[in-house]
Write a protein of this length. Structure first.
Length: 122
């Protein structure tokens, strides 16, 4: 297990990367309704990291953002930093195949969720 997880935040000009100590994370929580675009990492009973992402949880399959955080927490054994991946928002769609071999044309490119902001609340 790595010692820190890292979020690459695309719109956070002042802090584009945030490192959070894994041994201080008590729980990862979301809105029960799944309609908001934030995930909270509870560090203590009163302090939290709030990570904002680009897509409401209701439009995703399951809790893929939370799963990405837990996977990052479990990966990179013996390492220092493990980066939280961006779950797939829209899978790529190839053009219908005719059986011919060669280049496959992609009609819809794959898009990922972007982490946009981070906020520490003591």
């Amino acid at each position: 297990m790595a010692r820190f997880i890292k979020f690459n935040c695309t719109a956070a000009a002042t802090q584009p990367e945030v490192l959070i100590a894994i041994d201080q994370i008590a729980a990862v929580t979301t809105n029960a309704a799944g309609t908001i675009t934030t995930v909270r990492l509870n560090v203590t009973a009163t302090s939290t990291w709030t990570i904002t992402h680009s897509v409401a949880l209701a439009t995703l399959t399951g809790n893929s953002v939370v799963e990405a955080i837990y996977k990052a927490m479990q990966s990179n054994p013996g390492g220092i930093v493990s980066t939280v991946g961006s779950p797939v928002l829209v899978a790529q769609a190839p053009l219908a195949q005719s059986g011919a071999q060669g280049r496959i044309v992609i009609t819809v490119p794959q898009t990922q969720i972007a982490y946009t902001q981070n906020l520490y609340t003591p």
